[in-house]
Design a protein around this ligand. Structure first.
Ligand code: PEP
Ligand code: MG
Length: 879
């Protein structure tokens, strides 16, 4: 007795906990406690804390003190339920379930019907007057205990059941008689004995401690570890274990079990959405073994229970201020709630739900935005199939649209095969009867998941939605033969490796590949989120864009104009590259000027389109950046290009050789080109200014063109080029007798430029950090070749991540910090931006915001995620 008062509390009755105690009791334990405090029909129980789990994992044994506390709470539970473990007349049976701080659906283990033994089964049979039910419970327990606690593969048990059913020509479990279940239980015990060399344990205490240890250990099984890695959950948290009185959904036609969401987890639509199975137990719905009925059908079968459930669901959603995922069981017409948690949902649903909750006044706008994640914004922009192409295809399968998006790939029937094929570069689609947590590695790597069985809450559906992977479940026309590596659809074989296309939004599956539509679907909900984000911060996101399509997409997605128009991208059309080649290869000034005049026409046309589309929003045009030889023909192209240029192939070869460089990335590129060839930047400047003037005249909108000089590393370099530009602009203004305001800025892309950023700032109106080149030059890693070795660096943990994707805080970040401090020290108003790839990366944006960056520029489809990241940082700062 002395001991009990001296040790820390490791076990909490439901009446001792609440929803705030998630860290200690896990999500499930805390919510069960909360629900029982709310007076909801929750079976009695208690929770062993996550601390007890971490202690167990350290010592690898259950401490005496913990066992004592468990024993004590079992006694309380026995009193509360008026049942007893190992009692013949009023046997207490319990479930032993995992429940971590963060929900990890299906990743850890559960044992149901614990307490069952040779004696109790008879007692339960007598008490319920249902021998078949009692033995079904016992055989399930033997299987779960054997599998989870003792490591005997559950398939060994399943095989016995399947064989028994085949021998006796039974199709459904419901056809089995009392005698059959008794016999199967007997055979299950034999399986247990043959694999373990011992009898099935009859002592409930031994069963209980064994199950608790197994659930603790399941925290470290490989799928749980992988899930945590994918979701950024720490490995040190441990799982709680909830022990709860069993209620039975498998006692007959007045019983059942189900799962329901308070709103549709795929679309966010408000209203109960879920499924149930009559006469089934525990995980049957989630496991996808039988295809369940829609929750609305419960209304016809048990109207009172249904309306009680609807009320409870509403109460829970209001209480938790979020969409709930509720598990329930009905035992002989009586409803029990077994779990509630904030439901996993698609990105589309997540956005719709927070917008609705904010509009219903349940949560604030800020809270709504904080509940979204940048990756949800990316997922919202998942392309669907091209409508015209889709119309030409007839679906070969139709199932439930479990997770939206679209994908084409080659079919594989096991997770291992899909994984192997994907690793060797194939796009794969996983086709299964149903999935289980063991399939997780194949599910992560495939493009889409299709299952023959299961419903919208089956394992495949829940996991795919969480991952944002397209998924169709419950295709009952589909028969899969794993052994033969084929599926049969309406009598026709579908072999491993055949290409199919899956539409997760309609639940249809097609043969062959269908092209995706990369057009952004204008979504009202997305626009609203974008607007709310913008209302919360002055930091703007611009686009790295130059084509009309990219610009329109970026504006639709919340872009505030263009932060980087890469002009070299405009020289790649067939006609344009020819003029570019003429200009580069011209051997006299006149020929060069002629080619430049032609190029100016193209450029001006493009700039006019850009300025008109931008409608007065900023458009930063960067002058030519890459080395000139990039525009020259390859060896193979020499004869045809020589002909077009009207020169001899050998002369063309000589000229190409003359321009070749040993190290082009460090060579004659960026502003260095203009030091040698000022006429290129002069031509571009003329095109920009004339285009802006004409666009202003045509649209009536004021234009302020912004011109950006790349790759500066010496102050004088900038001064010389800027003078050239200003002189040119003055002559244009004089010639046209018209002036407009304009800005001249530069990129900081070299370490030296960072160190002299104050001197650079004196000459410009804005500075944009080109972190792609800056990272390349800081590490000395070629940005075009790092792909060959970055994985080795990550694998050997030399680099945590690819510095071209996520900013290198210690090196590139330190240089940026130094540069921004220097720019600010001038007291001059110079706007500071980022236009390298990290400008669209949420992790980098968080760091850069703290450094005082004024705007970000990234590819159009990354804008919503960037805007959300910025808004969330602003909310955090102000809270
Ligand atoms: C950069 O270097 O970060 C940049 C934006 O310019 P580019 O990628 O065109 O070199
Ligand atoms: Mg660059």
């Amino acid at each position: 007795m002395q001991l009990k008062t001296n040790i820390a509390k490791r076990v909490y009755l439901f009446s001792d906990g609440n929803k705030e105690m998630v860290e200690l009791l896990g999500g499930k334990g805390a919510n069960l406690a909360e629900m029982s405090q709310l007076g909801l029909p929750v079976p009695n129980g208690f929770t062993i804390t996550t601390e007890a789990c971490t202690e167990y994992l350290e010592k690898q044994e259950l401490s005496f003190e913990l066992k004592e506390q468990i024993k004590e709470q079992v006694e309380v539970l026995e009193k509360l339920t008026r049942k007893k473990l190992n009692d013949l007349h009023h046997p207490l049976l319990v479930s032993v379930r995992s429940g971590a701080r963060f929900s990890m659906p299906g990743m850890m283990d559960t044992v149901l019907n614990l307490g069952m033994n040779d004696k109790v089964v008879e007692g339960l049979a007598g008490m319920t007057d249902n021998v078949g039910f009692a033995y079904d419970c016992y055989r399930r327990f033997i299987q779960m205990f054997g599998d989870v606690v003792k490591g005997v593969d559950k398939n060994h048990f399943e095989a016995v059941l399947t064989q028994y059913k085949t021998q006796n020509e039974y199709r459904e479990d419901s056809e089995l008689t009392d005698k059959d279940w008794k016999e199967i239980t007997h055979q299950f015990k034999q399986v247990y004995r043959s694999y373990l060399g011992e009898e099935f344990p009859q002592q409930p205490e031994e069963q209980l401690y064994g199950a608790v240890e197994a659930v603790f250990k399941s925290w470290n099984n490989s799928r749980a570890k992988l899930y945590r890695k994918m979701n950024g959950i720490s490995d040190n948290l441990g799982t709680a274990v909830t022990i709860q009185e069993m209620v039975f959904g498998n006692t007959g036609d007045r019983s059942g079990t189900g799962v329901a969401f308070t709103r549709n987890p795929a679309t966010g639509e408000n209203g109960l959405f879920g499924e149930f199975l009559i006469n089934a137990q525990g995980e049957d719905v989630v496991a996808g073994i039988r295809t369940p009925k829609e929750i609305s059908e419960l209304k016809n079968l048990m109207p009172d229970t249904y309306s009680q459930f609807v009320k409870i669901a509403e109460k829970l959603e209001k209480h938790y201020e979020d969409m709930q995922d509720i598990e329930f069981t009905i035992e002989n017409g009586k409803l029990f709630i077994l779990q509630t948690r904030n439901g996993k949902r698609t990105s589309k649903a997540a956005v719709a739900i927070v917008l609705d909750l904010a509009e219903e006044g349940v949560i604030s706008k800020e809270e709504a935005l904080m509940r979204l994640t940048p990756s949800m914004m990316d997922q919202l922009l998942h392309p669907s199939f091209l409508a015209a192409e889709l119309a030409e295809h007839v679906p070969v399968l139709k199932g439930l649209p479990a997770s939206p998006g679209s994908a084409s790939g080659d079919v594989y029937f096991t997770a291992e095969a899909a994984k192997k094929a994907a690793e060797s570069g194939a796009k794969t689609i996983l086709l299964r009867n149903e999935t289980s947590p063991e399939d997780i590695e194949g599910m992560i790597i495939c493009e889409a998941i299709v299952t023959a069985r299961g419903g919208m809450t089956s394992h495949a559906a829940v996991v795919a939605r969480g991952m944002g992977t397209c998924c169709v479940v419950g295709c009952d026309q589909l028969v899969i033969d794993e052994q033969e590596k084929k599926a049969v659809i309406d009598g026709k074989d579908l072999k491993e490796g055949t290409t199919i296309s899956v539409d997760g939004s309609t639940g249809k599956v097609y043969l062959g590949e269908i092209t995706k539509d990369n057009q952004v679907a204008g979504s009202h909900a997305l626009s609203k989120v974008i607007q709310w984000c913008k209302d919360l911060s002055n930091v703007r996101v611009k686009a790295n864009a130059e084509t009309a399509k990219e610009i329109s997409a970026s504006l639709e997605l919340g872009g505030e104009g263009m932060g980087l128009v890469r002009t070299e991208h405009m020289f790649f059309g067939e006609e344009r590259i020819l003029e570019m080649r003429r200009m580069i290869l011209a051997e006299d000034k006149q020929a060069k000027l002629k080619a430049l005049a032609q190029l100016k026409k193209y450029q001006k046309e493009d700039f006019k389109t850009i300025f008109a589309l931008a409608e007065g929003k900023p458009a930063i045009v960067r002058l030519l950046d890459p080395p000139l030889h990039e525009f020259l023909p390859t060896e193979k192209e020499v004869p045809s290009v020589a002909k077009e240029l009207n020169i001899l192939p050998k002369d063309l070869e000589r000229l190409i050789k003359g321009l070749a460089e040993n190290n082009p990335m460090l060579g004659h590129r960026g502003c260095r080109l203009a030091v040698t060839n000022p006429e290129i930047y002069e031509m571009q400047t003329e095109a920009i200014i004339e285009a802006a003037i004409e666009a202003e005249q045509e649209t009536g909108i004021k234009m302020v063109p912004e011109i950006m000089i790349p790759l500066v590393s010496i102050e004088k370099e900038l001064v010389v080029i800027k003078e050239t530009l200003v002189r040119k602009i003055d002559t244009i203004f004089k010639r046209l007798n018209k002036q407009i305001p304009y800005l001249i800025g530069t990129m900081i892309e070299t370490p030296r430029a960072c160190l002299i950023a104050d001197k650079i700032a004196e000459h410009v109106d804005f500075i944009s950090f080109g972190t792609n080149d800056l990272t390349q030059l800081t590490y000395g890693f070629s940005r075009d070749d790092i792909g060959k070795f970055v994985q080795d660096y990550e694998q050997k943990e030399i680099l945590a991540t690819d510095p071209f994707q996520h900013i290198d805080v210690d090196g590139v970040g330190a240089l940026l910090h130094e540069a921004i401090q220097k720019i600010k020290s001038t007291g001059k108003s110079v706007s500071i931006g980022i236009c390298g790839e990290v400008g669209g990366d949420p992790e980098s944006i968080r760091f850069l915001l703290n450094e005082g960056v004024d705007y970000f520029s990234c590819s159009p489809y990354r804008i919503p995620a960037a805007l959300l990241t910025i808004a969330q940082q602003s909310i955090k700062k102000n809270s």
